[in-house]
Design a protein around this ligand. Structure first.
Ligand code: PLP
Length: 350
């Protein structure tokens, strides 16, 4: 079989969520962010596993993602839609009992007009300048917000992966002060990085994403994904011969080259060429030349016998190590993982 196998360890997903949940006190609920198909890991499998681990609050980016998630989870758990009520979303939000996160006065007006009486949350901007109401909008809207009390008030940290960054303390102070305009409404500020910064950031709900999927900044996470690429062909290359597009790699010695069955169409970005390794029987083999759409070449000289598959993500190289080779972050490695892989889920029952 030429299809590469992506294995998703649902036991690790559950363990990571439980570990993040254990970092906050019993008065703090731990949600799970499962936007972008659970960071590429498959929300239809990941979210029910998180529910079995005790999670009752989920966040997605889009109303459409929320509708799919509702089908996977059934009635009961709260599903928040971070992008808020956009034009045309009302029927979907209502039908699937989704909770839109209102990010502006305009969205608040839309919610009142199209979803009056339905639950909603409010996002405040505390300095990131992405989504959320600023102080002035909040002041204008506070009376109305307190009459139809939101389920949650949230904000998002811009620099939570750098705990010493002064933005964190500034946003914490701004959030605590702004949330006082909505007395009694549960508050949420921390994603993965914020959880790790300690109890002052936890409030009544945390919203981890990447840590659940085994990525930094949660250094203690268990790896979730592994990716094994079949060897399509082995070839011997003489000194002076080149490999791949652009003849970008030239053999300097007699070399054994293995051609692997995945490429940039599968999320193994072109930037990995000449910079990353794959692991054959635990031994590092440099990715040589250019990454093709469906193939990658590695220098497997001296690997004997050559295994049938090679690891590009797994115990020897996690998402953050591969991300570093590509000049990106673990989040992008995960969400880029393609749809062509044979997906294998393990564990997740307990
Ligand atoms: C994506 C996202 C999260 C999760 O962030 P991680 O860094 O993956 O833990 C939480 N809150 C909001 C608003 C987000 O957009």
């Amino acid at each position: 079989m030429a299809r590469a196998t992506l294995t998703i360890d649902l036991d690790a997903v559950q363990a990571n969520w439980r570990a993040l949940d254990a970092l906050s006190g019993p008065a703090t609920a731990t949600a799970a962010v499962v936007k972008a198909d659970a960071y590429g890991c498959g929300a239809a499998r990941v979210a029910p596993a998180l529910m079995r681990a005790g999670c009752r609050h989920f966040f997605v980016a889009l109303a459409e993602e929320g509708a799919e998630l509702r089908a996977a989870l059934g009635a009961g758990p709260e599903i928040f839609v971070l992008s808020g009520p956009m034009a045309g979303d009302a029927p979907l939000l209502r039908e699937h009992a989704l909770i839109p996160v209102v990010n502006s006065e305009e969205q608040l007006a839309r919610h009142r007009a199209e979803l009056a009486g339905q639950p909603y949350a409010v996002q405040l901007d505390t300095g990131m300048n992405r989504l959320g109401m600023d102080g002035l909008s909040l002041a204008r809207a506070a009376l109305g917000l307190n009459m139809a009390r939101p389920r949650l008030v949230l904000s998002h940290l811009a620099c939570a992966d750098s705990p010493a960054h002064p933005m964190n303390a500034a946003q914490l102070a701004a959030f605590a002060a702004m949330a006082m305009a909505l007395p009694g409404v549960p508050r949420s500020l921390a994603a993965t990085g914020g959880i790790l910064m300690g109890p002052a950031f936890h409030f009544e709900m945390t919203r981890p994403g990447i840590g659940i999927y085994g990525g930094l900044p949660f250094a203690g996470a268990r790896p979730v994904v592994s990716l094994a690429l079949p060897v399509l062909q082995l070839r011997d290359v003489m000194p002076g011969q080149t490999v791949g597009y652009g003849a970008a790699w030239t053999a300097e010695r007699p070399s054994r080259v293995a051609i692997l069955a995945a490429g940039y169409a599968d999320g193994l970005m072109r930037a990995l060429g000449g910079r990353a390794c794959a692991f054959a029987a635990g031994r590092p083999c440099p990715v040589i030349g250019r990454v093709s759409m469906d193939m990658i070449a590695i220098d497997a000289t001296g690997i004997d016998p050559m295994p049938a598959t090679v690891e590009i993500l797994g115990p020897h190289q996690g998402i953050d190590a591969l991300a570093e080779a590509a000049g990106t972050i673990g989040y992008e490695i995960l969400t880029a993982l393609g749809s062509r892989y044979a997906r294998h889920y393990k564990g997740g029952e307990g």
